[in-house]
Design a protein around this ligand. Structure first.
Ligand SMILES: Cc1cc2nc3c(=O)[nH]c(=O)nc-3n(C[C@H](O)[C@H](O)[C@H](O)COP(=O)(O)OP(=O)(O)OC[C@H]3O[C@@H](n4cnc5c(N)ncnc54)[C@H](O)[C@@H]3O)c2cc1C
Ligand code: SF4
Length: 452
């Protein structure tokens, strides 16, 4: 195990360079500007993609950014982190025979212009004198707060960390999104009049009763928790995957990376941890997973990226024990696994073979096996769906006046930033309708694509 070499920041700098003006114009000109565009339907926030691309093609970058922001207040983050292959670009009609339009990179081009030229969303309504508390400043909280502020409500966000942005700031690998972008985007929400109070933990520094006394509505957007325990001997010697990523964004040059690193897990977080270890370390990086490549929960393009990075995979292996020597990690003991019938997740269930123990030499084991459910569930006595906070179609929990959105409620489908942003938008509409005594239904449909 050794400290990371100089140049660590460069090794984890944003992977895709920004488009230059010529490349953006050429790419925008390829768009067919489809009527009722499939990309707009495939975008969870229903950005009018043909419209913003058309505006790039005609040199109206301010207008392009405004079109994006009208549907998605976190357009700069989403441009970088959205799994576009699965969403807008995956639906592009050019994808069948040609290369799909690089929608994410064009969106980033417009949003970079917005950042450099001070294009911000604006408040559209007179003050309503209604006050709303939002717990958490991740994508869900920022989006909801910003959309409420646009409607004239006074919003205060309470955030337990020192910096706003949630996982965009602390959890998404710098190759996809530098944390400065996430923090600047949080500041753009503050420009709408939203107050963000960092370093304030709901449940420790303030109670629900206090919030209910001061505010007309409370929105929980606390995300998920820490990496869960595996419950195997020697676990105390493991590195926590979420902390590993956080450190790589904060101070990559101070990190200690093993010479033979093992990552446990098979989701996108595991791929991110492996990428960091590979780029900052000097040795071998292996992902250990108890099923096979077919059952991995990471996106296919992430798996292919990991292979290109030189990350190795050891399938059908279940961690059984971390071997510690003098307090240091010396090996990971695993059991060989056979796959049985599909389990509740629909994937073939891993069945460890008794007596099949084998050792993998390693000096660092990183645990990247998801996140625990929100601690607010027990604290507030919230009802749940599959362990997530249960909400109705208007994001109401079982506690009167308390709403919940984002990852803490995501019982179905893959959790993603753009889904959290859309939750924030829809919840703001529902809360606004409730506070103003109107129906949200007429606002409920996504706008149809239109092109200037
Ligand atoms: C490692 C990793 C990589 C990811 N990469 C991608 C990606 O590339 N693309 C993508 O689309 N999605 C990605 N995701 C998923 C995406 O980050 C989440 O879906 C999204 O951030 C959810 O937003 P949220 O606002 O619900 O929660 P979060 O972003 O988790 O924000 C919750 C906020 O609430 C705060 N909080 C929690 N409890 C309290 C409390 N008691 N009091 C006050 N504040 C509190 C937290 O500090 C945090 O700031 C990734 C997730 C992880 C873990
Ligand atoms: S927000 Fe994400 S999914 Fe929607 S158009 Fe932009 S990059 Fe695509």
């Amino acid at each position: 195990m050794g400290p990371v070499h100089a140049g660590a920041e460069e090794a984890l700098a944003e992977l895709l360079p920004p488009l230059n003006a010529h490349a953006a114009a050429v790419e925008a000109d390829r768009c067919l500007y489809c009527y009722d565009a499939p990309c707009t339907h495939a975008c969870p926030t229903h950005i009018d993609v043909p419209r913003f691309i058309k505006k790039i093609a005609t040199g109206n970058l301010r207008g392009s950014a405004e079109t994006i922001l009208a549907s998605n207040l976190l357009g700069a983050t989403c441009a970088r982190v959205c799994p576009v292959q699965e969403l807008c670009e995956g639906a592009c009609v050019l994808g069948a025979d040609h290369k799909p339009i690089s929608i994410g990179r064009l969106q980033r081009y417009a949003m970079d212009y917005a950042r450099e030229h001070g294009v911000y969303p604006a408040v559209k309504a007179a003050p309503t004198h209604r006050v709303i508390a939002v717990v958490g400043s991740g994508p869900a909280g920022l989006s909801c707060a910003g959309e409420l502020a646009k409607r004239g409500h006074a919003v205060t966000i309470f955030e337990k960390r020192d910096l706003p942005g949630g996982l965009s700031t602390y959890g998404i690998i710098g190759l996809r999104e530098p944390r400065e972008i996430a923090i600047e985007e949080a500041h753009s929400i503050e420009r709408l009049g939203v107050e963000i109070r960092t370093g304030v933990e709901f449940g420790r520094d303030l109670t629900l009763a206090q919030l209910q006394k001061e505010f007309d509505a409370v929105v929980l957007t606390a995300g998920l928790g820490r990496t869960p325990a595996l419950g195997i001997p020697g676990e105390e010697g493991m590195t926590d995957g979420l902390e590993f990523i956080e450190e790589s964004k904060r101070a990559p040059e101070d990190m200690h990376i093993g010479r033979d690193v093992i990552i446990i897990g098979a989701g996108n977080t595991a791929i991110d941890c492996a990428t960091i270890a590979r780029r900052l370390g000097k040795g071998r990086v292996t992902i250990v997973y108890r099923r096979t490549a077919l059952e991995m929960s990471c996106y296919q393009h992430e798996y292919e990226f990991a292979l290109r990075e030189g990350i190795e995979f050891r399938f059908l292996s279940q961690p059984n024990r971390v071997v510690l020597e003098g307090g240091r990690v010396a090996a990971l003991e695993c059991l060989r696994v056979e796959l049985g019938a599909p389990d509740a997740s629909g994937r073939r269930a891993p069945q460890p073979v008794p007596g099949s123990e084998f050792l993998l030499t390693t000096d660092q084991v990183v645990k990247a096996v998801g996140q625990e459910k929100s601690g607010l569930i027990a604290l507030l006595g919230l009802t749940t769906t599959k362990g997530f906070i249960a909400v109705d179609e208007r994001f109401r929990t079982n506690v009167d006046g308390v709403y919940a959105i984002g990852d803490c409620t995501r019982a179905a489908g893959a959790a993603s930033t753009v889904m959290a942003v859309q939750d924030g938008k829809m919840a703001a509409k529902a809360i606004h309708a409730h506070l103003s005594g109107t129906k949200p239904c007429d606002e409920w449909q996504p706008a149809a694509a239109q092109v200037d």
